[in-house]
Design a protein around this ligand. Structure first.
Ligand code: HEC
Length: 141
């Protein structure tokens, strides 16, 4: 029995150790949102990528986890924060840095910041997103 257990453990360990890339992929945004959208329209990107979690009215919800409301959310005031969240994710929020271009992130963040009871008039520009994204030599864009 002990031999069986340690063999099982060894196989399990070997499997886990050999599969770091697959495990990382299981958590990526692609798994959640499907194929990246080609749209550059903030409203369409919201519908295709964000709405599944944050809901059509952007009020979020509580289910298996808590999805914060983007509607009337004062944390959207400084555009750098939502840009950072969309690029890098946090907790249950997936990261989209490899799925969305600078222009797409700018469009969807601008859309969210100027709809759903948010009235932040300063549009986010692709350059703003590029600045938050920073250099990423491992990724082709
Ligand atoms: C898989 C579900 C999911 C998807 C898809 C998703 N989000 Fe989120 N989002 C979350 C969760 C969960 C959090 C809370 C993360 C945390 O705990 O910090 C969050 C947090 C955020 C926050 C920070 C809110 C706050 O009050 O701190 C912003 C902004 C945001 N999401 C925008 C977006 C946008 C824009 C999109 C589409 C490009 C999107 N999210 C797609 C689940 C999702």
């Amino acid at each position: 029995m002990r031999i069986f257990l340690s063999t099982t453990a060894a196989i399990l360990f070997a499997t886990l150790a050999a599969a770091p890339v697959q495990r990382a992929l299981a958590d990526t945004a692609a798994n959640v949102a499907g194929a990246a959208t080609t749209s550059t329209d903030g409203a369409v990107i919201y519908q295709q990528v964000c709405q599944g979690c944050h809901m059509a009215n952007a009020k979020g919800g509580v289910g298996a986890g808590t999805i914060p409301a983007l509607a009337g959310n004062p944390k959207l005031k400084a555009s750098g924060y939502p840009v950072y969240m969309v690029l890098n994710g946090n907790g249950g929020m997936p990261w989209f840095s490899s799925m969305l271009s600078d222009a797409q992130v700018a469009a969807v963040v601008t859309y969210v910041r100027s709809n759903f009871g948010n009235h932040y008039a300063d549009a986010v520009k692709p350059e703003d997103v590029a600045a938050v994204r920073g250099p990423n030599p491992t990724m082709e864009r």
